[in-house]
Design a protein around this ligand. Structure first.
Ligand SMILES: *[C@@H]1O[C@H](CO)[C@@H](O)[C@H](O)[C@H]1NC(C)=O
Ligand SMILES: *[C@@H]1O[C@H](CO)[C@@H](O)[C@H](O)[C@H]1NC(C)=O
Length: 130
């Protein structure tokens, strides 16, 4: 007679085996989705409307193959990404792009979004009037 305890062990063991074969079956994709972390602006950054500023990001995490090497920068506030494109078509491997601070309502809580394969938000910073 099989005790309920050994049945539980058996079920658990089958579960672990199944889980293991699932994990090892996952494809290893070298063309990774690359979302470089933004290094500027940061918290405490103040941008003045109309001035030329740099958006910078860390390129040290770049995988060998980047699916989409071209980037795009947009502004974000209150969980909404503006449809205005501040810069696009630049090379993500550059690590920076110059943008002109757009004429928005001066306020705290702005973020930039850097798009490549996916999007990455900066910390919240401030935009002030000229
Ligand atoms: C942005 O960074 C680049 C590279 O470091 C530099 O050449 C350029 O002058 C910077 N632009 C601004 C507006 O700070
Ligand atoms: C981006 O820059 C890298 C390194 O400078 C270069 O190898 C690559 O061809 C460039 N890609 C595009 C789309 O310009």
């Amino acid at each position: 007679m099989i005790s309920s305890m050994s049945r539980i062990y058996f079920l658990f063991f089958s579960f672990v085996i199944t889980l293991f074969s699932l994990v090892s079956a996952l494809p290893v994709d070298r063309r990774d989705v690359w979302v470089p972390p933004i290094t500027s602006p940061t918290e405490g950054t103040i941008w003045t409307i109309g001035t030329l500023v740099n958006v910078t990001w860390d390129t040290s995490t770049k995988p060998d193959q980047v699916t989409n090497p071209l980037g795009r920068v947009q502004l974000r506030k209150d969980d909404l990404t503006s449809s205005d494109v501040l810069a696009e078509g630049f090379n993500l491997t550059d690590g920076f792009v110059e943008i002109t601070v757009p004429d928005v309502t001066p306020d705290f809580g702005y973020q930039v979004v850097l798009f490549g394969d996916s999007g990455n938000f900066s910390p919240e910073f401030e935009i002030v009037a000229a």
